[in-house]
Each structure stands twice: as C-alpha cells, then as structure tokens.
Ligand binder design. Structure first.
Ligand code: VG1
Ligand code: CO
Length: 542
C-alpha cells in the first residue's frame, strides 16, 4: 500500500522566519507539498513508531495538506498522528499537545498573519519534540534536502474523516482526531486564577476579543465566554474561515482598526484584544490606551507574579533584538537575566528549555512563556486579565504607573511592504557597507554612537546567526533598526524599528510618532528609503 513516487527538487523551499510560506497556487504545483514534507521527515531521525501532531489554522488548502501529511506520515513509519478536529490547531495549542503527549514533533499548517484564500498564502512549519519551532540546524537540513530530493513515500489510502473525534487506522499508523481546545483550555486554567477572572466578569467587567475569523475563535469562546462567563458576543469573528473573511488576520492597528476605534471611543469596554491567523500573536488595547507589544512584554513581566502560574517569579526575560528595551529595565529591577535574540520564536527555545528565561516577547505582537514553546496570543490576553483582576485597576493606570516607575520606550515599526526585492537588498547592502563610517556622524541632528549588523551567539548550544538586522544607535540610547522580513510571499518587506527612551516625568505622555519624528527622519536619511524603494510612506505603522 506504500507508493514510492519519483520527484524533482524545487529550488525555493527555504524556510523563513517561521516555516515555508508561499502563495497557494505555488504550493499546488506538482509534488511541491510532498517534496517539502518528505524533506522534513528525511531530516529527522528516530521517529519510527512515535507520534506526530498535525493541525493548522483552518485557512484555504489546510484540509488537503493535512490528508497528504497523514498519508506520508503513515508511509514514513510514524506510529500515531494526533490531528485537531476539523484540521484545527492553533500554533500554541499544537505546541502544548506535542509536549503534553510526548510527541516526536508536529507539522503546523499556517501562514500566520498573512491572508488566506485560493490565491493567498499558505505555510508549513515543523516543530520539534520540545514543542517549539525547529531550530536553524533542522531548517537548514530540511532546505538542503529539498535541493536534492528524488522520491517520496505515500500511503495509498482514502481520506481520514477529520470531523469526527476518535481513533482511526491509516495503514499501520493510528490517527487520533482530538478536540483542539480541551488540552489548551486546561493548561490556561492551571496558569491563571480563573475564579478571580470569573468574579471580575460577574462584577460587570466587559471586553471585546476580535478573533479575526481565524483560529482562536473556538479557543476564546470556550475560555472567555463558557468558562469565565464573559457576555456572549465578547468574542467577535469567532468562526475560523478559509479566507479569514477576506481580511488579513494580522492584529495590528491597520487590520484591527475597528477594535482600536472602539477602544478609543466613549463606548469602549474595559479591555480589548485580538489575535492572528494561527493564534500565537496578541494585540491588547486598554480603554483609551494602545499598549505596544514591547511595553506589554515589560508590563506582563513586571506583574506576572500576580498569576498563580508565575507566583514563584521569573527566571529571566528574553526579547528579540528589534523589540524595545522596556523589558530590560524590568529585568534589571527584578535582578533576573535578560536575553536578546534574533527575530523569530525559534531562538527562544533553547533559553526556555534551559530554564534561563520564563517570559519571551517580540515587538510583532508575540508574547509567551515556558508553558509552551511558541508565542501564545490568548495566554497574553489571559495574563493581562489576571493582572487587571489582581490589581483592580484599569490597563491605562497600570501602563502609566509602569512608565513612571521605569521610564517609557517610545516605539514604532514602519513596514514597507511588497517592495522590489533587488531594491530592498540594495538598501540593506548599502547600509552594511556604510556601517564602519557611521559612528561619530550626525544625521537629522542626532549623533550616532554605534552601528552594527546584529549577530547572535546562542548561550546554550553555541550556535551563531549573523546578519540579523542593522542597528544604528544614537546618543542617549535611541536607535533605529533595519531588517527584511522573512515571512512575506511577494517581493520584499522592509521593517524599520524606531525607539527612544524617555524618563522625564513631564514627557511620558507624548504622541508616539511625534516623539520619534527626528529618529524617523534619521532613518530615512541614513537608509535612503524613499529614493531606494520609491515609497514616501510606510504601508503599516505599528
Ligand atoms: C514576523 C515578525 C516576527 C515573528 C514572525 C512570525 O517575521 O517580525 O517577530 O516571529 O513574523 O510570526 P518577519 O521575518 O516577517 O519580520 V507569525 O505569528 O507570522 O508566525
Ligand atoms: Co502567527
């Protein structure tokens, strides 16, 4: 029943920041999916008879690829596959299932915040037995394999019914279709003070959670509405749709604008939140206040001990390099470690496994902890709720008190999307070439003290990653960072990260873009953004 199929390699299956992402028609080329999945299996050792977790964010093409992955896993010799009912598993829920059931690894089908549909994006990523994204040494091996693959193996068998829970047989492999929400909800109940949250909702606390027609809908409904008693309708866009209702499931101020406008209005509920396609990102907005993800990381870290799961304190905090330094000040005060990694959750895995960091975060709306090995959107929302319940203060008061205590890192990210790849590479190359002559120079009235291309030495396994983003540091601790996205599927996306630290109590209440105006001008001047990209303004500002 196992067929061996001859194939030829594709040359563009290099995993990016988080797995392989391409347009659906690209994935639909003959053997494109099969080549990549076989290359994953060929790069692993010792999985025979073990368990593979499979699930996705429900986007277009999810079900088809799950069937292919199941037939190939059976042919490869896995003993069992655990699949979320309906093919659904959020990224953090998949990470939890891998860990909880001691699976060998998992395949998660998602292009996260990228849009879905017949002509939109799809993605495949592999997570290892710690539940986290495959580290670079595995993704490099997968890529190398895709360049030379000659055949793949697949079981000749009909589709598995993904909509009925239970255990089925697929050749020699068992397929268990599981409730996608139950294990995850149980984990959240262990970490957070559900009775206190229930009491808070019973006392009239209101919130709006936008699941963006993506994967967190069923999770948020079960946890917020069913278990915590939030009013029905608290979770909006709660049904995962293959095309996310035609929107980008990207919880930022552009794509979750409705929520933002509501939270800034007179009728705002007490708290607002949103999550992305695969449920690993979060957007949190208090009544009348947007909290940047970098600030959220700092504020959650400073208050985490108020939640039962973190009552013993934190071992350390890790943040990606472009994330603001707000968390560093919290770590310093708590006397715990702070780690700065390249962009992408895969770099946090070793720090979490080694017990060096408890909470991790990225400026791109990703926050998480050692409870799984992925960032976790709903976890961040629940930790915020737990803190609100414990402190009995609104988010705005908590944020303002935080800035008073630690100072404020004004922060923004400017994205230039879908720009010409050659122009984007040219911009980065030119910046790289300029690096040695930048220190000491003055641009837009600001003095540069240091400039480098971020390289990371993993303190746990000694691996190194270079060219992870260009940093230009100014006198006084302000900085701009430039890097190219590793998750886009058309052209290139330039990300410019801008940060200024302010501890003058009289200057903690400025409008962000105004507080950053001179740095924005400096970024333009040093990188020649408009001449090189032909864009006078970013597409997205967060
Ligand atoms: C982006 C974010 C990064 C995040 C990655 C995956 O990567 O900047 O912080 O880890 O997306 O997130 P890039 O290379 O485009 O900047 V998710 O939620 O899209 O899986
Ligand atoms: Co995501």
């Amino acid at each position: 029943m196992i067929k061996t199929v001859t194939t030829t390699p594709y040359d563009d299956q290099k995993p990016g920041t988080s797995g392989l992402r391409k347009k659906v028609p690209h994935f639909q080329q003959p053997n494109y999916v099969e080549n990549f999945i076989q290359s994953i299996f060929d790069s692993l050792e010792g999985y025979e008879g073990k368990t593979l977790v499979i699930g996705g964010d429900g986007r277009y093409f999810n079900r088809e690829v799950i069937q292919i992955a199941l037939r190939m896993a059976a042919a490869a010799g896995f003993g069992k596959a655990m699949v979320g009912r309906g093919g659904i598993l959020s990224t953090p829920a998949a990470s939890n299932i891998i860990r909880k059931y001691g699976a060998f690894g998992g395949i998660i089908l998602s292009a996260s915040h990228n849009p879905g549909g017949p002509n939109e994006d799809f993605g495949i990523k592999y997570n290892a037995s710690n539940g986290g994204p495959a580290p670079e040494k595995i993704t490099d091996a997968i890529y190398a394999r895709t360049r030379e693959i000659k055949e793949y193996k697949v079981l000749d068998a009909p589709d598995v019914d993904l909509d009925a829970e239970g255990t089925f047989q697929l050749g020699e492999m068992a397929v268990e279709v599981v409730d996608p929400v139950a294990d995850y909800a149980a984990l959240m109940e262990e970490l957070f003070d559900f009775p206190a949250l229930k009491a808070m909702f019973a006392d009239g606390f209101t919130m709006s959670m936008d699941s963006m027609s993506a994967v967190t809908g069923p999770y948020a409904k079960e946890i917020l509405e069913n278990r915590l008693g939030a009013a029905p309708g608290t979770v909006k866009n709660a049904t995962p749709l293959p095309d996310f209702g035609g929107h980008h499931p990207d919880p930022n101020l552009v794509h979750a604008k409705e929520l933002y406008d509501l939270m800034m209005s007179e009728d705002a509920p007490d708290f607002g939140a949103a999550s992305d396609g695969d449920g690993d990102r979060n957007l949190v907005i208090g009544k009348g206040i947007f909290i940047t993800p970098s600030d959220s990381l700092a504020m959650l870290s400073a208050n985490a001990h108020l939640a039962p799961g973190y009552a013993g304190g934190l071992a350390g905090i890790a943040r990606s390099m472009p994330t603001s330094g707000a968390a560093d000040r919290v770590a310093e005060k708590l006397g715990i470690g702070i780690y700065e990694t390249p962009t992408g959750w895969k770099f946090f895995g070793n720090l979490l496994d080694a017990g060096m960091a408890t909470i991790c975060g990225e400026e791109s709306a990703g926050t998480g902890s050692n409870h799984v090995r992925e960032k976790d959107g709903l976890w961040a929302v629940l930790l915020w709720l737990n803190i609100l319940a414990a402190r009995k203060e609104p988010a705005k008061a908590i944020a303002e008190a935080h800035w008073k205590e630690f100072g404020r890192n004004y922060y923004a990210r400017h994205d230039y999307e879908g720009i010409d790849t050659a122009a984007a590479n040219g911009l980065m190359d030119a910046l790289r070439e300029k690096l040695p002559e930048l220190p000491g120079k003055e641009i837009a009235g600001l003095k540069i003290v240091e400039a480098d291309d971020f390289a990371y030495l993993d303190p746990v396994d000694g691996s190194t990653s270079s060219k992870q983003g260009i940093r230009v540091l100014f006198e006084g601790g302000s900085r701009v960072v430039f890097r190219l996205s590793g998750t886009g599927t058309s052209g290139a996306t330039l990300r410019v990260y801008i940060e200024r630290y302010e501890d003058d109590p009289a200057k903690l209440d400025q409008e962000t873009q105004a507080a950053l105006a001179d740095l924005i001008a400096a970024a333009e001047e040093v990188a020649e953004i408009s001449t090189r990209t032909g864009r006078s303004e970013p597409d997205v500002i967060t």
